[in-house]
Design a protein around this ligand. Structure first.
Ligand SMILES: C[S@@+](CC[C@H](N)C(=O)[O-])C[C@H]1O[C@@H](n2cnc3c(N)ncnc32)[C@H](O)[C@@H]1O
Length: 695
């Protein structure tokens, strides 16, 4: 046992979130801990740890900070063994935590839910002050004292942030003041209510809220993250762990050069970093900027702006209604829905125009947009525009569109999220970094003067067969005037990596695929030429353009990142049918013209192949991902009539990513693979995290 001197290392037990489902998450939990705090050992069973020193001495001890409620009788071991993770690892332990590191662990860890710190002390107050100077006893920590040992139990910020999603979920129809009440309940939950029986379906909303907290759920739409839908975004917790792995320091600038809806930006800001996003789609840029804005606007300013916006909008729409009813009005509209704007929308997206045109909804939306643009600026304008975008998204395809009702509730939702964020920040006392997303092409950032230097990068490029981001957001892009005409839309689509609807100049692309001016690695070129040869030219060309984009974007990150900085890229593999002709595959490889392309045939059960989720590092990384290994294929369909019959090719995007990054000078550090549950039977069967370093 340690001496108990101030500053000396102490024992720390890290209890993982009980929502952990996969082994790779345990690995991420370990990696982020080791990055921030040094080596840790797994705790396979906290019940066993309670039989050993030092926890043994704390068994049956109750809190010293009596609250006068049921929690006074909760014993140390009850807290420790409450809601443990399933699986073979429940947490981690080290004997070697420096007290000064504890506040940053509480603030930054993604997969750890509770930390227990134990040391020999005579005064629990001095120990608490040493490990958690800003600890809020009874709100995010409690203290146990027994036989000269002090234990501090503290809950990580991630727990409160993630579960605040349920506060938002249960309060939209309640009075504003109820948000604070439920936030209090959130803070009380792990401190007081650990013995509880689930409520019946008819129970009052307060009881049902506690049930939500007891679920093994994993909120990913909390606070800013819940603003506006976006398919294919990062899971916040994983993002947080990756930031911890690429940038263990407390300050610096983190970049996501395929920023999308801004998940990385939000988490980085919550962790105290500044962050930059680069993103080609203006709608995604707005999402990311508004999400960051929510964490820095003054609540009072937002409230005032929201009231003013809704009041001006209401009077404008009333005037519009009177005019359309043929009434003479004394006032004229300040922001009429000019016909030029309506025509613009029609030319960009005729379907959107038709969907929103009936009953003046289109005009109402244009008026709202003009009011926001005319009356507000900066962060508030971004937030109100995103509120408008959310209203548009909610009304898409609906027959009955009540725009005024929708915009009222989306603006209120933004206010409440901002309120809740401020509430959490006040209790947990953390400062927030500055995040911003810039509309630009990740392949060329030379003109982005704001982004000169960065200390880490976490990104997820759009894959070679991305979601159709532009189609998903076309209504918002058109109605908010982000795309002005059909030509503008085509240009945006052309710059969009992995766009599934991209059209190619076949001759020019054939020449590229033959000559390889981008200098793509052999492995990538073999895949691309195979697809072209078997008549899947569109796919071949999209792959070529995608890998070219990735290579250039790595080149730009190489320029921007400081020496020693790390870059983590999350990428799914692709699994494509190459041909229906199973006999194209011979014993030595697959036919390609006169030649034979060597392949490795894999057996795939239920469209899955076994995957090693342990991080791959060092020598095994280089041999596993060498550029010369044969292409992996699988053959499917035993029955002659099966539509699935054919030869399937595995496009190991992670291999290409690693090779491309090495080509521009990055040093490979680690690859972590994980299954993707939702798409087991789809094109993407596993996802990889590729971590590289700028030497
Ligand atoms: C997989 S998404 C990223 C999602 C993001 N991690 C999140 O959490 O929201 C990929 C993003 O890359 C963007 N993108 C595609 N081509 C790009 C390019 N050339 N430059 C910058 N961004 C691009 C897409 O618009 C899309 O938002």
């Amino acid at each position: 046992m340690h001496s108990g001197k101030a500053g000396a290392a102490v024992y720390a037990y890290f209890k993982l979130f009980n929502s952990i489902k996969d082994e790779h998450e345990v690995e991420l939990a370990r990696l982020e801990l080791e990055s921030l705090a040094g080596a840790v050992e797994p705790v396979r069973n906290f019940a066993d740890a309670l039989r050993e020193k030092p926890l043994k001495s704390l068994v049956n001890t109750t809190q010293v900070t009596l609250r006068g409620d049921e929690s006074d009788t909760v014993r140390f071991q009850d807290f420790l063994t409450h809601e443990l993770a399933y699986g073979r690892v429940q947490g981690f332990v080290t004997e070697d935590i420096k007290p000064r590191d504890v506040p940053r662990l509480v603030r930054k860890l993604g997969y750890t839910r509770e930390i227990y710190l134990v040391d020999e002390r005579t005064s629990w107050k001095t120990f608490l002050k040493a490990v958690l100077p800003q600890g809020n006893v009874g709100r995010n920590c409690n203290v146990f004292f027994s036989k000269g040992l002090v234990a501090v139990r503290t809950i990580t910020n991630q727990y409160f942030l993630e579960n605040s999603e349920y506060v938002t979920k249960v309060t939209p129809s309640l009075e504003r003041s109820q948000v604070a009440r439920f936030a209090d309940s959130l803070f009380d939950n792990l401190m007081r209510h650990i013995y509880r029986i689930p409520a019946s379906g008819k129970a009052r909303v307060g009881k049902r809220f506690l049930d939500y907290l007891a679920e093994r759920g994993e909120g990913s739409l909390y606070l800013s993250h819940g603003l506006h839908p976006y398919k294919g975004k990062f899971h916040p917790k994983m993002t947080r762990a990756l930031v911890n792995i690429v940038r263990p320091d407390d300050k610096g600038t983190i970049v996501d050069n395929f920023a999308g809806s801004g998940t990385l930006l939000v988490e980085s800001c919550l962790m105290g970093f500044d962050s930059y996003g680069i993103e080609i789609n203006p709608m995604s840029v707005l999402m990311a900027n508004a999400k960051c804005a929510l964490m820095r606007v003054k609540l009072g300013d937002l409230d005032e702006a929201a009231k003013k916006f809704l009041a001006v909008l209401h009077s404008e729409l009333e005037l519009m209604q009177q005019q359309s009813d043929g009434q003479a009005t004394l006032e004229t509209m300040g922001y009429p829905p000019e016909s030029a704007i309506l025509e613009e929308i029609k030319s960009v997206a005729p379907d959107v125009y038709d969907d929103f045109a009936p009953k003046h909804v289109l005009e109402e939306i244009v008026v709202a947009r003009r009011v926001i643009e005319g009356e507000f600026e900066g962060d508030i304008r971004d937030l109100l525009l995103l509120g408008l975008a959310m209203a548009i998204s909610n009304l898409k395809g609906k027959k009955n569109k009540d725009f005024q009702d929708q915009i009222g509730s989306t603006v209120e939702d933004i206010y409440r999220r901002c309120y809740l964020f401020n509430y959490l920040r006040e209790v947990l006392q953390f400062d927030v970094g500055y995040g911003t997303s810039i509309e630009a092409d990740a392949s060329d950032l030379r003109n982005i003067s704001a982004l000169k230097r960065a200390h880490g990068n976490v990104n997820s490029p759009p894959y070679s067969t991305a979601l159709d981001y532009i189609r998903n957001d076309l209504a918002q892009l058109a109605l908010l005037g982000m795309v002005k005409n059909a030509e503008g839309l085509r240009e945006l689509e052309a710059k969009m990596g992995g766009n599934p609807r991209a059209e190619y100049d076949t001759d020019a692309m054939h020449a590229k695929v033959t000559e390889n001016p981008a200098g793509l690695p052999d492995y990538a070129m073999v895949l691309i030429r195979l697809f072209e040869h078997y008549g899947k030219s569109n796919h071949a060309y999209r792959l070529y353009e995608f890998f070219d984009l990735i290579k250039r974007s790595f080149g730009e990150q190489m320029r921007i990142l400081e020496k020693g900085s790390k870059i983590a890229t999350v990428i799914g593999n692709n699994h494509f049918k190459l041909t229906d002709e199973v006999d194209a595959l011979g014993s030595s490889g697959i036919r390609i013209g006169e030649g034979i392309c060597p392949v490795e045939v894999h057996s795939v059960k239920n469209n899955m192949k076994p995957l090693d989720v342990k991080p791959i590092t060092g020598e095994s990384l280089l041999s596993r991902y060498s550029g010369t290994l044969p292409v992996k294929v699988s053959v499917s369909g035993a029955s002659a009539s099966s539509a699935q019959d054919g030869v399937y090719v595995e496009v190991e995007n992670e291999r290409v990513i690693l090779l491309l990054a090495m080509m521009v000078g990055f040093r490979p550090c680690m690859v972590i693979n994980r299954y993707i549950e939702k798409t087991l039977r789809g094109n993407i069967r596993y996802e990889s995290i590729v971590i590289m370093e700028k030497p």
